[in-house]
Design a binder for this molecule. Structure first.
Ligand code: 5RP
Length: 302
């Protein structure tokens, strides 16, 4: 019978006097008790060095159809890929427009069932978890309308997505979707993010609020990322990112303020400078303007 290990016994070194090295505590709040695969996926989403993330949200089409800036996802998204940490999109966008070899982790939009033409909160889970596995999703996500007419249904969707994701070690991002009738203040956002965390989501996406966002972040025991919302002037968007991360958010999951910017490639790099580099909004705007004018020159020269 062949020897499994033919090296002489005297060459082996078991370092018997050295205690086993323990794995250090995981760097993300609320994730320590999870299994290895789930932590590994969270580590693909949140950069282990900065502990933060720049997620690009371009799932708008599932509600709004061809949103401004996303008319051609193949043309709009590919140039942004080098500068984003995570892609948040639908399975249709992923399969049709994103090259699998880009290597970016995906947070898969897994809810649907309504559009801008009807009651948008009327959602169901639209993606089975085995398809999320086939798509190599690093996370799955659904909307939750806390306080809305469909509160019960959307909390049920969240619970189901968490339960199914956990079977495969896939974390769930809960999105606080705010109906028109509800104020986006710290009282509401604090309630909605906390409810989502208590249901067992692994991270939460919410809006930034100018007053007491630090209390929203402190009261939520899982990582928070902020949505950008409607397009703002670039400096205002960068200020919002800066304030959010200074007050406890671990990054952004931003769409329109990136892909609707005058120069999306410059904007995503400016957002990155704020989120990962701790840059001030003013310096990040300088970077944006420099990259934008360099981009113009390069395009002209072609
Ligand atoms: C819909 C979503 C969207 O992905 C997200 O809110 C859009 O991002 P942005 O507001 O930055 O355009 O989750 O509720």
């Amino acid at each position: 019978m062949p020897e499994a290990d033919a090296a002489p016994k005297e060459r082996k070194d078991f370092a018997v006097k050295t205690p086993q090295k323990e794995i250090p505590a995981f760097y993300l709040r609320g994730t320590e008790g999870q299994d290895w695969g789930l932590k590994s996926r969270m580590a693909r989403i949140f950069n282990p060095e900065s502990g933060r993330t720049v997620m690009l949200a371009f799932d708008h089409g599932y509600l709004y159809g061809p949103t401004t800036g996303l008319e051609r996802m193949d043309l709009a998204i590919i140039p942004l890929l080098p500068y984003v940490d995570v892609l948040m999109c639908t399975r249709g966008a992923l399969r049709q427009c994103i090259p699998p070899e880009c290597g970016k982790p995906v947070c898969l939009r897994s809810s649907g069932g309504a559009t801008i033409l009807k009651e948008m909160s009327h959602e169901m889970l639209s993606v089975a978890v085995d398809d999320a596995v086939r798509l190599d999703a690093a996370a799955v996500t659904c909307q939750v309308y806390v306080g809305g007419e469909k509160e019960h249904e959307t909390l049920r969707n969240l619970s189901q997505l968490i339960n199914e994701g956990l079977r495969y070690g896939i974390p769930t991002l809960g999105v606080t979707a705010v109906g028109r009738e509800l104020a986006r203040d710290s009282r509401y956002l604090g309630l909605a993010t906390r409810v989502i965390a208590e249901y067992g989501a692994h991270f939460v996406k919410t809006y930034y609020c100018a007053e007491n966002f630090d209390e929203v972040a402190a009261g939520c025991p899982i990582p928070i990322v902020i949505a950008g919302g409607k397009k703002l002037p670039e400096l205002d968007a960068l200020k919002m990112c800066h304030n959010a991360v200074q007050q406890g958010a671990l990054g952004v999951d931003m769409g329109r303020n990136i892909f609707q910017a005058d120069d999306p490639v410059a904007m995503v790099q400016a957002v990155r400078a704020v989120v990962h580099g701790g840059e001030t909004p003013e310096k990040a705007l300088d970077l944006y303007n420099t990259l934008k004018s360099e981009g113009r020159k390069t395009r002209k020269a072609r």
